[in-house]
Design a binder for this molecule. Structure first.
Ligand SMILES: [Zn+2]
Length: 264
């Protein structure tokens, strides 16, 4: 009898147990990223409080170096907490051509830069150093692993994470470049991509969240490019709903004895 009761209890608890495990798996990347911030402390750059510090993102040599530099510079620019000096593709960039990854504190100072971001491609990813221009020293360094598939969606997502971390080093607040990624069933989309500016579809067809039931990808892209805070609220609402749905499907598959043999 006791064995039967225990067996029933176990059966009753199993879906909940698997639900918790599934949620833990879903959230694992976020938790590990949150825990991986021991080095991400305010580094005490010397710049006027209340102003946007000027930041130079140095040229990056090596495979996908141009993309790395461009992504980090644009992510910092989108974040709107720093003033990116010589954003690639702008006229000001030509004045920075030839600077390369070398150290030149007097030049950076003359360009009103408070910080310089120096990225170096490594065999496993990228090594990033942030220079305090006024203090004439490196104030933060870290190595970030990147997927070997340079230029892929995964690689770009990882680089956005690097940008967000660098923004935290410089401003004390983590960047939001990765929030431009919206998760959809079987993949993800980057709202910053040009094709979404005129896309009337919802982020994810069939999703019942406030974002998908009311707004199009085009409207979200407009909010994102206009740096409207509403974008982040809607994107968060959708991504949370996506993960809750993922867990619901996993729970249903477990209850139906089809976990994980059928796609859910
Ligand atoms: Zn949605």
């Amino acid at each position: 009898m006791i064995a039967l009761i225990r067996s029933d209890l176990l059966r009753a608890r199993t879906p909940r147990l698997f639900f918790v495990l599934a949620m833990a798996l879903c959230l694992a990347p976020f938790v590990s990223r949150a825990q991986d911030t021991t080095h991400a402390v305010r580094i005490g750059l010397t710049y006027q409080p209340g102003t946007k510090p000027g930041v130079i993102v140095l040229a990056v040599r090596g495979a996908w170096g141009d993309s790395l530099q461009g992504l980090i510079a644009r992510d910092l620019d989108y974040g709107d907490r720093v003033e990116v000096i010589g954003l690639p593709g702008t006229p000001a960039a030509s004045s920075l051509e030839g600077i390369g990854p070398g150290v030149s504190y007097p030049l950076w100072k003359s360009l009103n830069a408070a910080a310089a971001v120096q990225a170096t491609v490594t065999s496993s990813g990228v090594h990033v150093a942030v220079h305090d221009v006024t203090g004439r020293k490196i104030v933060q360094v870290a190595d970030f692993p990147l997927p070997p598939t340079g230029g892929s969606a995964e690689w770009r997502l990882a680089v956005h994470g690097v940008s967000d971390e660098v923004e935290q080093w410089i401003t004390g607040t983590r960047g939001v470049a990765q929030t431009r990624i919206l998760f959809v069933r079987g993949g993800r989309l980057n709202i910053a991509n040009t094709q979404h500016r005129s896309d009337p579809q919802p982020v994810e067809a069939g999703c019942a969240c406030e974002c998908c039931s009311t707004y199009s990808r085009a409207y979200l892209a407009h909010l994102f490019h206009a740096k409207e805070l509403l974008y982040y609220r809607l994107a968060t609402a959708h991504n949370l709903e996506h993960y809750l749905n993922l867990a619901r499907r996993a729970r249903a598959a477990i209850a139906g004895g089809a976990f994980p043999t059928t796609p859910w």
